[in-house]
Design a protein around this ligand. Structure first.
Ligand code: SF4
Length: 212
């Protein structure tokens, strides 16, 4: 099993083989050869090069929105899909305005498109926020299908919920990136809880740890 999260050697960052774990994924030759070959596929090669160029050109200077714009320009993407959550409608309008200002065509789609009731996926009244199974559900599959039909070059996800983003990414045809994720508790900054995992969030993230 791969354990990079627990490795403090980081030999992979400098080709220092002796500074790698015994089960370092870098030692898995078939995987690494397959990855290297896949990087040579034209679309992947262009995207990998553009990503590295954006990293080098904007390192520590450009915000993510600027990096997305630069990435899209480098790859010649013209029509962008903005896939967003109703809770971030105001932000979506701003993002659309920014992208259009920079010359892109923007198709956008809200999570509630289609107005499907939660009962249609078998949810009961108890499993809804309002206590009514006619509550409109999020429709990330619909969002993906709309963007596929729009034939966008690239998708930008903004504020989709956990799992809804999973479904959307599963069905999107064009490549995608994430501008922001949904985290109602932290103002859409999930790392706030991670930074505080040994502080204010300790009891919530490690509930049993202090009981022993
Ligand atoms: S790839 Fe190897 S050296 Fe790099 S973090 Fe993972 S285990 Fe450590």
């Amino acid at each position: 099993m791969s354990h990079c999260a627990e490795c403090d050697l980081r030999g992979c960052k400098t080709y220092e083989e002796d500074k790698t774990l015994r089960d370092c994924p870098g030692k898995d030759k078939p995987i690494q050869e397959q990855a290297a070959a896949l990087f040579q596929e034209p679309d992947s090669l262009r995207m990998a090069r553009a990503a590295a160029q954006v990293e080098a050109e904007g390192y520590g200077q450009l915000c993510r929105m600027e990096e997305i714009i630069l990435f899209c320009k480098k790859l010649g993407f013209q029509k962008l899909g903005l896939v967003f959550c109703t809770g971030l409608s105001k932000e979506a309008a701003t993002v659309s305005r920014i992208l259009r200002y920079h010359g892109f065509d923007v198709a956008s789609v809200l999570c509630k498109n289609g107005s499907h009731p939660k009962s249609s996926i078998g949810l009961t009244c108890d499993e809804t926020l309002s206590g009514n199974d006619l509550e409109v559900m999020c429709n990330p599959i619909g969002q993906a299908l709309v963007m596929n039909q729009e034939n966008v070059d690239f998708n930008i996800l903004l504020g989709l919920c956990v799992g809804h983003d999973t479904l959307c990414l599963k069905y999107l045809d064009a490549p995608a990136t994430v501008l922001a994720v949904k985290d109602r508790r932290t103002g859409h900054n999930p790392l706030a809880a991670i930074y505080l995992a040994d502080g204010y969030y300790r009891k919530r993230l490690f509930p049993e740890q202090d009981k022993a």
